[in-house]
Design a protein around this ligand. Structure first.
Ligand code: NDP
Length: 251
């Protein structure tokens, strides 16, 4: 069974680039109304226009910073004021940072990773839950294969994604069956967040292929469009998990 999302309301955080941008296009192509959130106004405006062209009946642009609790409340309030309902919440906004732990000098700057990746999703979800209960809606959360792969130079990012994973595993128990939760744990996808950041000076992936998780040496790099399509399909079918590697299913 796959839900018909046409005319329903989907809120996507971090929609100005990467996976979030392509999730907007994917939902738009299926006729969903969209509330799109990010901090960069110019980029987000372009995505809003494209989503309308692709077929979304109505798109609301919300400039907001999910690391701030007051913005998360406003994001949900504006969506409800405008559309009067919420059917899917996609917690996608995230930032990364790459540094060996011992080389981190400004340690407090790393709080931003938790503030955005973890707390941003928690705050937004808390304000959205009453409305999602009313619509018997769905939550999609972008965790990562970083939840279980101890990739060097990404300790705090990995920790933020592992925290998200368990947070939403637990919420599944509390909120189900009214609200379905799909936890997405992608491997590396091509776009802004990953571009260049994981390559060494010779352009090779910087992970040590001898790490005990042998998947690391075989990480498939998927296109962002294929990733977005797979995520929307999983959400509409009410799947609990979508993951790669090595089981990422692109349909
Ligand atoms: P991008 O950097 O391309 O996009 C991140 C998005 O999040 C942007 O739209 C950015 O917009 C938004 N964002 C960042 N911080 C905030 C904030 N404080 N408030 C609101 N919006 C914010 O990243 P990806 O598309 O690569 O990643 C999307 C998600 O997928 C992330 O959660 C990431 O951790 C996860 N992921 C990515 C993988 C990959 O290979 N790329 C693999 C596994 C998981 P703006 O700057 O305009 O606010």
């Amino acid at each position: 069974f796959s839900e018909n999302i046409a005319g329903k309301v989907v809120l996507i955080t971090g929609a100005s680039s990467g996976i979030g941008e392509h999730l907007a296009y994917e939902y738009a192509s299926r006729g969903a109304c969209l509330a799109l959130v990010a901090r960069r106004e110019d980029q987000l405006r372009d995505v809003v226009e494209q989503a309308r062209d692709i077929g979304s009946p109505d798109v609301l642009m919300i400039i907001g910073d999910v690391s701030k609790v007051e913005d998360c409340k406003r994001i949900i309030d504006e969506t409800m004021d405008y559309f009067g309902r919420l059917d899917h919440l996609v917690n996608n906004a995230g930032i990364s940072s790459v540094s060996m732990f011992e080389e981190i000098t400004n340690i407090t700057a790393f709080r931003a990773l938790m503030d955005t990746n973890f707390w941003g999703s928690v705050y937004t979800t808390r304000f959205a839950v009453p409305h999602l209960r009313n619509s018997r809606g769905k939550i999609v959360v972008l965790s990562s294969s970083a939840s279980w792969l101890p990739t060097p130079r990404m300790s705090i990012y990995n920790a933020s994604k592992a925290a998200l994973f368990m947070m939403f595993e637990t919420l599944r128990v509390e909120l189900g069956p009214d609200i379905n939760i799909t936890i997405v744990t992608p491997g590396f996808i091509e776009f802004e967040l990953t571009q260049g950041k994981f390559l060494d000076r010779e352009g090779k992936m910087m992970f040590d292929p001898d790490l005990r998780y042998d998947q690391i040496s075989a990480v498939p790099v998927r296109t962002v469009r294929a990733c977005a399509k797979a995520i929307v399909n999983s959400a509409l079918r009410g799947q609990r998990y979508l993951t790669n590697p090595p089981w990422f299913k692109v349909t």
